[in-house]
Design a protein around this ligand. Structure first.
Ligand code: GDP
Ligand code: MG
Length: 755
């Protein structure tokens, strides 16, 4: 099959075009570096099917970061039949810089002038015909978003792919033109393909090239001796870059006619927004407020803190269908309302029907009823009930990302991050971690410095992902009913912040000890603000939902069945008929074995006879984090039965109540529960993430240390939470001792350095 490659700057719309052409739903994001690996799809509307490859966005073909290497190597080595160079028409001159480099490769090429809808809207004009004749390559106006010009683009590209093309350079008439020509002839003699491209890179003294063709380096060195530019001296790399820019502004700027009046207005509008959002002092508080607003909208049971205005038994809603769905002393936030509707009507009713249906089958074995009702349905309900809130949270993050705000946040945080030894660029993979750690870790390939990359990979799991959300929400719900903190949204928000703070402290620690290194300069540019597209948001949400449901019915279903089996059988392989005898189960004895490990964290031996459930849940989280609450759901029926002898009136439905059953059975305290959340957030992440970390980290040793780091961080932080929450006074004394030790070490180090 013939193959076309999509190449262009970050954020120019490659993935959008890729999706339009191939009908896929790859992630589109309004910040650079969303696509870090190449991706393939098929376009079927030409005379023959065409394979389309979406490459990572790059600014140049001199590779500095791993993603640039991917793109460069693909174009050079795999020799696509045509390169579609996507150019963001709203940022013409800067985008053409890359164009002038791709041109030098011997490969058919067309230019797709993207975002023409925005150009038209702003009133600017671009003369595509003129650009085409000046640059000597086909130029097609498109809008990837509105699917305009797709057919024409592909027809032209298809035509071009049938004709070989020899590279051309805009540097022909520059001071280096002769040298480039000479080196090219010598490379041609050696049978190198794309000699012009390699010749220019050699003149720039690009490391990859000088290693490959050391004989040609002599030609460049010799030329340097006879040469001295007024401005650049013998820095040929800078001269080449300057040559490209000069050529672009001299030859191509006349292609664009700006709508002067409109242009100014637009600029000031965007600037005005940025003045506020990226303010030196207010930037970070605004970001924290935006985050809180998101959590409040998603989790609050006291929306806009209106609770005080209503009487507890506000009449109009009492005894109606609404009560409990949208109001309960305070108005529920939209997230909680959707959560309630989903759980009351869909999960609750549907699973309830299946459950009673199973029970009513005549002659069904009791173990089968228990397997389906407690094992499968109990576990699935606990996990699936959180789907709406996971999607809502994800939707908000996608909106922030698509609008261009997240890129601003990276910019605001850059100054702060620098103090900790990271560049603002590292913020992007981190914030992606709120969705899922797996793509987030892959995204660290945009970081040029290996040590910065390792440090970032290690802290990504601390940015609590969607799968951890059930743990947070379910336990926050239980805490809210147990304690004086009546707003679960504040608890969830604080736990997210805790993750961020631990991440920052860990980075600080690593960058000052084992992962020392300079922070590379932050060269990301700010994308323009855009209204998030409804269609692409819905596609994202749909993908996320599909992924979650698939996981629920595969990995999580399988684990809950295993948990059910281990809870209902003894070591003699006998089914436990009497649910109250759960302590005799295999799981209980395994759990009791590891239970003491968690005593310092507040959910170990002190929780007594049934305390092993927390130990077991934490371990199942290593498979998938949803399993933590899934296990509670599966265990809930047994535990409730076991303790109903001692405590009356336990009602099990959905995740929140499953946690409640655990709390009732074990007497877990609020500090113990918070410590349990923290432990699960910070400890070794799920299986898939661990595998990704292993693939992305540079060596086996770094990977092993990373596992140790996760265990250590979770253990220390959870123990601290439990200690502070339970014995504040002891904690203060303890903190004093720790501080004294730290000061001691620092002083000791200093005196040693001097001596
Ligand atoms: P990539 O980084 O090059 O893959 O770029 P994306 O495909 O992720 O797109 C970056 C941003 O540009 C997204 O917010 C898109 O919605 C937006 N975008 C892409 N193509 C167009 C277009 O033709 N018109 C407009 N107005 N926006 C576009
Ligand atoms: Mg992309």
């Amino acid at each position: 099959m013939i193959k076309f490659a999509l190449a262009g700057n970050p954020n120019c719309g490659k993935t959008t075009l890729f999706n339009s052409l191939t009908g896929s739903t790859a992630h589109v994001g309004n910040w650079p570096g969303v696509t870090v690996d190449k991706r393939e799809g098929v376009y079927k509307k030409c005379a023959e099917p065409i394979s389309i490859v979406d490459l990572p966005g790059i600014y140049s073909l001199s590779p500095y970061t791993p993603e640039e290497v991917v793109s460069r190597n693909f174009i050079l080595d795999e020799q696509p039949d045509c390169v579609i160079n996507i150019v963001d028409a709203t940022n013409l001159e800067r985008n053409l810089y890359l164009t002038t480099q791709i041109m030098e490769i011997d490969v058919p090429m067309v230019i797709a002038l993207n975002m023409m809808d925005e150009v038209a809207k702003s009133g600017d004009k671009i003369d595509a015909k003129k650009l085409e004749s000046k640059i000597g390559l086909p130029v097609i106006e498109i809008s990837a978003l509105k699917c305009q010009g797709m057919d024409e683009l592909m027809e032209r590209a298809y035509e071009e792919s049938k004709k070989p093309r020899e590279g051309t350079t805009v540097l022909k008439h520059s001071a280096l033109g002769h040298l480039i020509g000479d080196v090219k002839i010598s490379l041609e003699g050696k049978g190198v393909s794309s000699p012009l491209f390699h010749s220019v890179k050699l003149v720039e003294m690009d490391e990859i090239e000088t290693e490959a063709h050391s004989d040609c380096v002599k030609m460049v060195e010799a030329f340097k001796k006879t040469f001295n530019d007024d401005i650049f001296g013998t820095d040929f790399e800078a001269m080449v870059a300057d040559g490209r820019y000069k050529y672009i502004s001299q030859n191509f700027s006349s292609v664009l006619t700006r709508n002067v009046k409109k242009g100014e207005e637009r600029l000031t509008n965007s600037d005005k927004i940025d003045k506020v959002l990226t303010h030196r002092i207010w930037g970070i508080p605004i970001f924290l407020a935006v985050l809180f607003a998101i959590f409040h909208l998603t989790f609050s049971e006291n929306f806009l803190f209106l609770g005080g205005f209503f009487a507890e038994d506000w009449d109009p809603l009492k005894r109606t269908w609404f009560e409990g769905l949208i109001f309960n002393g305070g108005i529920f936030s939209p997230g909680v309302m959707i959560f309630n509707v989903w759980n009351e009507i869909i999960v609750g009713k549907l699973f309830g029907l299946i459950g009673s249906g199973v029970e009513s089958i005549s002659g069904i074995a009791p173990w089968a009823v228990s397997l389906i009702n407690d094992g499968v349905l109990g576990g699935l309900t606990a996990v699936l009930s959180f789907l709406p809130q996971i999607l809502i949270l994800f939707l908000f993050f996608s909106i922030l990302e698509d609008s261009g705000y997240m890129a601003r946040v990276a910019f605001i945080l850059d100054k702060l991050f620098r103090k900790f030894g990271l560049s603002g660029r590292a913020f992007m993979p981190m914030i992606m971690g709120f969705g899922c750690s797996v793509p987030a870790m892959a995204n660290t390939r945009t970081l040029a410095d290996e040590k910065e990359r390792t440090a970032t990979i290690r802290v990504i799991p601390f940015f609590s992902c969607g799968a951890k959300l059930p743990i947070l929400t379910a336990i926050a719900g239980a805490i809210a009913t147990m304690s004086s903190i009546k707003n679960p949204d504040i608890i969830t928000y604080s736990m997210y912040l805790l993750g961020i703070v631990v991440a920052i402290l860990s980075v600080l620690l690593m960058r000052n000890t084992t992962m020392r290194g300079d922070v590379p300069p932050f060269i990301m540019e700010l994308p323009s603000y855009r209204t998030p597209q409804f269609k692409s948001l819905m596609m994202l949400i749909w993908d996320k939902a599909k992924h979650f449901i698939k996981k629920a019915f595969t990995v999580i279903l399988a684990s809950t069945i295993v948990i059910w089996f281990l809870t209902n059988f003894t070591w003699e392989w006998k089914m436990i008929e009497d649910k109250t005898a759960v302590s005799q189960s295999i799981l209980a004895s395994l759990g009791r074995f590891i239970q003491p490990l968690f005593t310092p964290l507040g959910f170990g031996s002190q929780l007594g006879k049934y305390g092993w459930v927390f130990a077991v849940a934490a371990v199942t989280g290593l498979i998938a984090k949803e399993d933590v609450i899934g296990s509670f759901g599966t265990l809930a029926a047994c535990l409730a039965a076991a303790i109903s002898v001692e405590v009356a009136d336990i009602d099990i439905d959905g995740g929140v109540s499953a946690v409640q059953a655990m709390v009732d059975a074990t007497g877990a305290t609020v500090p113990g529960l918070i410590s349990f959340i923290a432990f699960n957030m910070l400890t070794i992440p799920c299986f898939a993430t661990v595998a990704t970390a292993k693939a992305e980290l540079s060596s086996k040793k770094t990977f092993n240390l990373t596992l140790l780091f996760w265990i250590g961080a979770s253990y220390v932080v959870s123990a601290a939470i439990y200690l502070i929450g339970t014995w504040p006074l002891t904690a203060i004394i303890f903190a004093g001792v720790v501080a004294a030790v730290v000061v001691g070490i620092v002083l000791y180090n200093r005196s040693h350095k001097i001596a």
